[in-house]
Write a protein that binds this ligand. Structure first.
Ligand code: PRP
Length: 211
């Protein structure tokens, strides 16, 4: 692969399509990306950008290891995995929040260790450490909302977007831990060697950010 191209890891799915729209509006379009096929890599020699669709939670790994020069990752992933990357811009899309939720009938007993089910173990640990609260972390990979229903945990720490998943499972949010949105990130070495190109992309994207 030619190394004068900027490799961009985009999160596959609805958020990625929105983010690609921002890149396109900033002048980095790649029309072939819109063709209905299952290709994962698209490039446009004219703009010098090559896009990859990757699993959203993998974007930071591609960027940290330099397989992508830049990428777009959720703040949740950045807080959880703390990748060694530069965070350049808040794109203000993919907005949601990391929250604690529990069954509506749940009443906390501060004397007891709190059982917390989550995919985001670092975020949960740091949050409760800040409160000085003893917890027992139960690491799950998905469908976290089921844990309190079945008595596997007292609370969950998870992403809440519309709140519909909680509502439909008789859960309610108790606390917001941190607001989340998609961020433009860059590999540290790439930023040193392709700083101008990356900063030009960043400036173009900044103009597309809606507040
Ligand atoms: C997230 C999260 C919740 C849901 C919240 O799951 O884990 O289940 O979205 O959204 P809502 O507040 O709009 O209902 P996601 O669909 O990202 O997939 P996951 O199960 O892999 O976490």
């Amino acid at each position: 692969m030619a190394n004068n191209m900027i490799n961009v890891a985009l999160p596959k799915g609805r958020l990625g399509e929105k983010v690609y729209g921002m890149f396109a509006a900033a002048g980095y379009e790649c029309p072939s990306i819109l063709e209905p096929n299952r290709k994962l890599i698209f490039e446009n020699g004219a703009t010098g950008v090559r896009y990859f669709w990757v699993k959203p939670s993998d974007v930071a790994i591609y960027v940290e290891r330099g397989a992508a020069d830049i990428g777009v990752a959720g703040k949740d992933i950045l807080l959880e995995y703390m990748p060694e990357v530069y965070e350049l811009l808040d794109l203000n899309v993919g907005r949601c929040r990391m929250a604690v939720a529990a069954m509506k009938a749940f009443r906390d007993n501060p004397e007891r260790t709190l059982r917390v089910a989550t995919k985001f173990t670092r975020i949960a640990r740091e949050y409760y450490a800040g409160l000085g609260r003893d917890i027992d972390i139960i690491h799950l990979n998905g469908s976290i909302e089921i844990a309190p229903i079945l008595g596997l945990s007292d609370v969950i720490v998870d992403i809440v977007e519309t709140g519909k998943t909680l509502l439909e499972n008789d859960l309610e949010p108790i606390e917001t831990i941190v607001p989340i949105s998609a961020r433009l990130i860059a590999n540290k070495v790439s930023f040193k060697f392709h700083g101008e190109q990356i900063e030009a992309i960043c400036r173009g994207l900044a103009q597309q950010v809606k507040q």
